[in-house]
Unconditional design. Structure first.
Length: 269
């Protein structure tokens, strides 16, 4: 059995109580990917350790890898994204994003881009803005589209999935299972293959492209139409269901609602 300790920076994604007094933490690190680590209840100073391992912070952890589990032995808080907790809407949005990231990230995948993207995302949220439910849904959808792109499930929003020609406005259908757009010619040529392809408005495709490819700062400047946002949210949900492994029975926006019914009303920031 190896008892060598590892020191790494990380961000806590989720905290789950296990057994009576222990806690399991999922931590995303720049060097070791996602780690599941255990804080032992019998451990001296667990309360202090646990208080440093709250989410929305960059921490330095020292861990020991055992045969069956990884135990945390010390924690130092490097930086806290304090303003995220100032607004309920921002806190719910950040919390939801961490839960989703944890759900769709495998343990020990060494992926430095994921870590940097998470730092950028939390930094973006760390200004104490209050978001409407619609804006939060749009931002969380963008977070998922970017996560999919990073994971190699990039959605085809420019060329036809079948013939690869560039898609002309209003001359396409949408197929979530196959991951993007198909031109009308290809649909006509093979009706059976594209049987479940749906009609989607140009503006919704533009919204998907913009969400996936723009910086978060730019996403809060765009006025959102309620009708298009409903399509957008459903399309992101379908894409996640088809292309990201894991549990997907619940819509991704569920966690940002906080008992408030999501209303897709036209609004702008
Ligand atoms: Zn085509």
């Amino acid at each position: 059995m190896s008892w060598s300790s590892i020191k790494t920076e990380g961000i806590v994604l989720t905290v789950v109580p296990v057994r009576e007094a222990d806690r399991a933490y999922n931590i995303l690190t720049p060097t070791h990917g996602k780690l599941e680590i255990i804080g032992r209840g019998a451990q001296k100073g667990l309360a202090k350790l646990a208080s440093h391992l709250e989410p929305f912070a960059v921490v330095d952890v020292e861990i020991i890898r055992g045969q069956h589990s990884t135990t945390v032995i010390s924690v130092d808080r490097q930086f806290t994204f304090k303003k995220i907790s100032n607004e309920l809407s921002t806190r719910l949005l950040a919390q939801s994003s961490l839960i989703l990231l944890n759900r769709y990230t495998h343990e020990l995948t060494d992926d430095q881009a994921s870590y940097q993207d998470l730092v950028d995302w939390l930094s973006f949220l760390n200004v104490g803005r209050d978001f409407s439910a619609t804006r939060s849904t749009f931002l969380l959808g963008a977070f998922l589209l970017k996560l999919m792109k990073r994971s190699g499930y990039d959605v085809e929003l420019v060329n036809c999935l079948a013939c690869r020609n560039e898609i002309a406005p209003s001359d396409f259908r949408w197929h979530a299972g196959k991951g993007g757009l198909v031109c009308s010619d290809c649909v006509s040529a093979d009706k059976e293959e594209w049987f479940t392809a749906r009609n989607i408005e140009d503006d919704v495709i533009k919204l998907l492209r913009f969400a996936r490819d723009s910086r978060y700062e730019d996403l809060i400047r765009l006025a959102l139409s309620g009708v298009h946002m409903e399509s957008f949210a459903n399309m992101v949900h379908d894409l996640v269901s088809f292309h990201l492994p894991g549990r997907y029975d619940r819509p991704f926006w569920e966690g940002i609602l906080a008992d408030v019914e999501l209303e897709f009303q036209p609004e702008s920031v």
